[in-house]
Design a protein around this ligand. Structure first.
Ligand code: VG1
Ligand code: CO
Length: 544
């Protein structure tokens, strides 16, 4: 089976965003579109030839087609072996786990994460490096540069590989091993958390929980881990059957898109614990009875309590958070006397810090939390960590968080998203803010005194690489902040994200609703950015 060279023309729009290349399925279905991007990976990542590659995705529409295409191209590009999840499935954290465990050369992950799926919705592809994490900017930029000049791709003529049967077959000179997508990941979780203690909690008769897989990839993972291995009652996992279109839903675990689950936690009969994950399994939402844990707080609580889980019993060496994430984790790091890093948005920026052993835990405000166990954020991991805490501390979610606030103070936090706005108007809005920046320090905005105002730039402390223009931030005296940035994961128009944070040390005030507590800052942010005038939107589409 000789490699076949197919002539192609470059596409101009294949620059990866915050997390890989995400486009409408219709865009990926154009002849050569997927092939060009995949060939650009092989052309730039020379080490893949002769090595082992992991392939898998979140199971959305086009996952299987793309998997077959990638397998043929991998064979033509002289990859020695591909490990592929059964059915073409691997959650994003499971892909990272497999890449690392079998010391492979990297992986290709097929996902558009929390974006809807289906023939009229979104698809995505990204390359993860041998350490298991999303490729750093230097690599994604090299892949993009290659897509701009590509003239041919390589494939083989072959029948489809049977992706549904575990075991090994060959494709040209390449070995294809279809692996159980859940087993390695489930074993890793069992090594980190106290499954027997969680089992006892489940069996106490005093604890009711649900995990909402949102008809996305985590269903089989959650059923295996929570129900089969730990012994939660059958039916604990809801919407557990993965569907190519996620049942028509928006597989984004937040207060706007997981309302069914939120409702189950409310009232006197509400569940004690509920959690959800996103399309590709790397996000998490944590809910207690009548209580929502803000992701930024979740990171801080896990950092403060990490030693309670067996996998972290010796404590943590440092934490990192993305810039727009609240500073709650910083306060924990300060008390623990460990390093705290502030990185740009996107998991790829945590990779070097994790590899260098400078941090153990990291997280983002966008429902992403993780640790050095893999190199992706990890939804079920966060859920198990919380269950482990609940079992160890024998307290409710709400009590754990309130106690945390009493000890460290509360960072009130919210994110307001203006979705699908005009891309030019959104870019102009950010430019307008950039122009304002130099005059802001020292100024009074309402009751707040501006301490600093900048466009966040990050110099990676490990390799010295620099990333500019990562978001406009305006910091006020006392630790309050507003941050503005444009989304890098959308596929239509632009999305403006406004992040608002205020610190409150007085426990008497900790019970306020964040939207109320933050109202003055919300208004300042809207006015400063001229949001309504520029975007024609009086209110955000999504509040998290
Ligand atoms: C969003 C989030 C970001 C996250 C990224 C990928 O990016 O804000 O924190 O890392 O999605 O998450 P953006 O550029 O749209 O703000 V997911 O679950 O794709 O893997
Ligand atoms: Co995701």
């Amino acid at each position: 089976m000789e490699p076949k060279r197919v002539a192609t023309q470059p596409f101009t729009d294949q620059r990866p965003g915050t997390s890989g290349l995400r486009k409408r399925v219709r865009v990926f279905e154009q002849p050569n579109y997927l092939e060009n991007f995949v060939q650009a990976i092989f052309d730039t990542q020379k080490g893949l030839a002769g090595g082992v590659l992991v392939v898998g995705g979140d199971g959305r529409y086009y996952n299987r087609t793309a998997t077959q295409t990638i397998l043929r191209m991998a064979a033509a590009n002289r990859v020695a072996k591909v490990l592929v999840g059964r059915g073409g499935i691997l959650s994003t954290p499971a892909a990272s786990c497999v890449i690392r465990k079998y010391r492979t050369g990297g992986g290709i992950v097929l996902s558009a994460s929390h974006n809807p799926g289906g023939p009229d919705a979104d698809f995505g592809i990204k390359f993860n490096v041998a350490a298991g994490g999303p490729a750093p900017e230097s690599v994604t930029e090299a892949i993009y540069a290659r897509t701009r000049e590509i003239g041919a791709y390589f494939t083989v003529d072959s029948p489809e590989i049977d992706l549904d049967r575990l075991g090994t077959s060959t494709l040209g000179g390449m070995t294809v091993e279809v692996i159980d997508p859940v087993a390695d990941y489930a074993d890793l979780m069992a090594s980190l958390f106290d499954f027997p203690a969680i089992h006892q909690l489940f069996n106490s008769g005093l604890f009711r929980m649900r995990f909402d897989a949102m008809h996305a990839v985590t269903g089989p993972y959650a059923i295996e881990i929570l129900e089969n291995r730990i012994g939660a009652e059958p039916g604990t996992v809801i919407n557990g059957e993965p569907l190519e279109d996620f049942g028509g839903g928006h597989p984004d675990p937040n207060l706007a898109h997981a309302q069914e689950l939120v409702a189950m936690t409310q009232g006197t009969d509400g569940l004690d614990f509920a959690a959800a994950s996103d399309g590709d399994g790397d996000r998490n939402m944590i809910l207690g009875k009548n209580f929502f844990v803000t992701p930024s707080d979740s990171l801080a609580v896990l950092a403060a309590n990490a030693h309670q889980a067996p996998g972290y019993k010796d404590g943590i060496v440092g934490v990192a958070r993305s810039m727009p994430t609240s500073q709650a984790a910083d306060r924990v790091a300060e008390q623990l006397g460990i390093e705290c890093y502030e990185t740009p948005t996107g998991w790829k920026f945590f990779g070097n810090l994790l590899d260098a052993g400078r941090i153990t835990l990291c997280g983002e405000e966008s429902f992403g939390t993780g640790s050095d166990h893999v190199r992706e954020k990890d939804g079920l991991w966060a859920v198990l960590f919380w269950l482990n805490l609940l079992a160890a501390r024998k307290q409710s979610v709400k009590d754990i968080v309130h106690e945390h606030w009493r000890r460290f103070g509360r960072n009130f936090y919210t994110r307001h998203d203006y979705e699908g706005v005009d891309a030019k108007a959104a870019a102009d809005l950010v430019d307008h803010l950039r122009i304002l920046l130099p005059e802001l320090p020292g100024k009074r905005l309402g009751a707040y005194q501006v301490e600093y105002a900048d466009d966040f730039a990050y110099v990676d402390p490990v390799d010295g690489s620099r990333s500019d223009r990562q978001g406009v931030r305006i910091g006020f005296e006392g630790g309050s902040r507003v941050v503005f940035r444009l989304s890098g994961t959308g596929t239509e128009g632009a999305t403006l994200r406004v992040y608002i944070e205020a610190y409150e040390s007085d426990p008497v005030k900790h019970d306020q609703d964040p939207q109320t507590a933050l109202q003055p800052l919300i208004l300042i942010a809207r006015e400063l950015a001229q949001i309504e005038a520029r975007l024609g939107r009086a209110e955000p589409d999504v509040i998290t």
